[in-house]
Design a protein around this ligand. Structure first.
Ligand code: DGY
Length: 319
């Protein structure tokens, strides 16, 4: 009998799912809104593997709903903060993720956000589209330079380093704060107060953990330059969004570029940051290119195939 694999979305780019279907029974959540835990629990019964996305909650209840057949949860995402790792370990369920394949694409988007926020590209585009481009003025649409600025990377893993490489083309000086990463040819390791005081752009590349939740709050924002830009493509929970909104409104910092939010997806209940003129906001699209999303699904499927065939996982989450 074919093993059952649950995927939490029906539409997954690339050929990975077809590969899986050749030897497993694949059932997918068919909905167009985020599945409720009870929907997934129902579909998970008797599954050997679950292919989930980064913001799908994988907790003890879902693992128990799948039952003793469940061998692994394969995330098509780098981040694994929505998984109850202890519950998985207690049940002997392997959890895998997709490091490596999305770093370059996410770094591209990080650079886009830096440019959008500092050059106020969203506001300028909206003003043009609204028919407000009347006179060519010397004092309209003024932003801040990116070339020659100091970039401060909080977290210097695969994505942080890919952003550092891109910043060389802009002649940026690069600092990073990461207890696991010493100086290298691109960037100087500094303590957090130094980074916050010296960076023109502070870009977040740390995972969401109990230690990094609200890492950037009122005090850290106040320690940044009034001309600084905060950029995040990691997880919304790393920033205290109320504090950030106040900081942008009060001119404590210049701008923010955000791809991630504490509450995702937002639907019609928009975060006030979306309407904030000094913020540019995107719907968590850091890895959203055809090739990269296909590669993420492919790697998740590789993990499923390997584990269900009795082998080790290719990319288990760090222990
Ligand atoms: C990731 O891979 O963690 C991205 O944020 C998509 O979930």
């Amino acid at each position: 009998m074919k093993q059952r694999v649950l995927t939490t979305r029906a539409a997954l780019p690339g050929g990975g799912i077809a590969r899986l279907e050749s030897h497993a029974e694949v059932v997918a959540w068919p909905g167009t809104s985020k599945p409720e835990p009870r929907d997934l629990a129902e579909l998970a019964k008797g599954a050997s593997a679950i292919l989930a996305l980064g913001n799908d909650r994988v907790d003890a209840a879902l693992l128990d709903a799948a039952g003793p057949t469940l061998q692994l949860v394969a995330l098509a995402s780098m981040g694994y903060d929505a998984v109850d790792r202890e519950a998985a370990a207690e049940r002997g369920v392997v959890v895998t993720h997709t490091p490596g394949v999305l770093a370059e694409t996410t770094a591209d988007l990080t650079v886009s956000l830096i440019l959008m926020a500092r050059r106020r590209l969203g506001a300028a585009r909206d003003s043009l589209a609204a028919g407000q481009w009347g006179l060519f003025r010397m004092d309209d649409y003024l932003g801040l330079d990116v070339h020659g600025a100091t970039l401060g990377l909080i977290g210097y893993g695969q994505i942080g380093r890919a952003v550092a490489r891109r910043s060389q083309g802009f002649g940026m000086r690069v600092l990073h704060h990461d207890p696991y990463a010493p100086d290298d040819a691109l960037s100087t390791s500094v303590d957090l107060p130094t980074l916050l005081a010296e960076a023109d752009v502070v870009s977040l590349h740390v995972p969401l953990t109990p230690q990094t939740r609200h890492l950037i709050g009122a005090a850290k924002l106040a320690a940044m330059k009034p001309t600084a830009t905060l950029v995040s493509t990691s997880r919304g929970g790393v920033v205290d969004e109320d504090a950030l909104l106040r900081a942008l409104r009060d001119g404590v910092i210049h701008s923010a570029g955000l791809d991630v939010f504490e509450r995702e997806p937002m639907g019609r209940e928009l975060s006030p940051l979306v309407a904030e003129p000094h913020a540019v906001t995107l719907p968590h699209i850091g890895s959203a290119t055809e090739a990269t999303r296909a590669a993420m699904v492919d790697l998740a499927v590789d993990n499923i195939q390997d584990v269900l065939a009795g082998g080790p996982a290719r990319t288990p989450i760090p222990g």
